[in-house]
Design a protein. Structure first.
Length: 181
């Protein structure tokens, strides 16, 4: 069935269409949730809750973005809500002291560093850098989207991503060259 027909069927409460969409996206959405929650049971719960929200709010899906992107946003928001409920609060930044930070697209790391190394080092970053950096580098969101998801300004998003990248680069250098001492 073509994607838009499947979504239309979901809007008409077709359980069969919902199951097909679920089967099409569940694995990818589980991995998105797992990257945030680091617990398979919680990730599965977050993913399933996101599908329930998506199907109950399917009328809000306008088709401006792909269904997968729309669903992914619901999954990420659900994960962030779970993290907040766990009392993992993000540190607010005093925006009056922030300078505008230009994105550095010229970002290099050593050849011996793998994707798993980068993901592990992102996981070890302080919370205030970890989530904006995950959304930017791994999930591919821009600063406008990150600011909406995390409830911060775009300036704060740019700053957190910039500082997170610097901290990540420093940790990756330590990883490559030992302790750095």
């Amino acid at each position: 069935m073509i994607q838009h027909k499947l979504i239309d069927a979901c809007k008409n409460n077709s359980r069969k269409a919902q199951l097909r969409l679920y089967n099409q996206y569940c694995e990818a959405m589980y991995y998105v949730a797992f990257r945030f929650l680091k617990d398979s049971m919680e990730a599965e719960d977050a993913m399933q809750e996101a599908f329930i929200k998506a199907f109950t709010r399917i009328e809000q899906f306008t088709g401006e973005v792909s269904f997968g992107a729309w669903l992914k946003r619901i999954v990420i928001n659900n994960c962030l809500d779970k993290l907040k409920a766990r009392k993992l609060e993000m540190v607010a930044i005093n925006e009056q002291t922030l300078a505008t930070v230009e994105d550095e697209n010229n970002w290099q790391i050593d050849d011996g560093i793998g994707v798993d190394d980068i993901k592990n080092e992102i996981d070890n970053l302080p919370e205030k850098y970890k989530y904006p950096l995950m959304l930017f580098l791994i999930e591919g969101y821009d600063h406008e989207e990150i600011s909406e998801i995390l409830g911060i300004t775009q300036v704060a998003s740019r700053t957190l991503v910039h500082r997170g990248k610097k901290k990540l680069q420093a940790e990756l250098k330590k990883l490559k060259h030992g302790t750095g001492y």
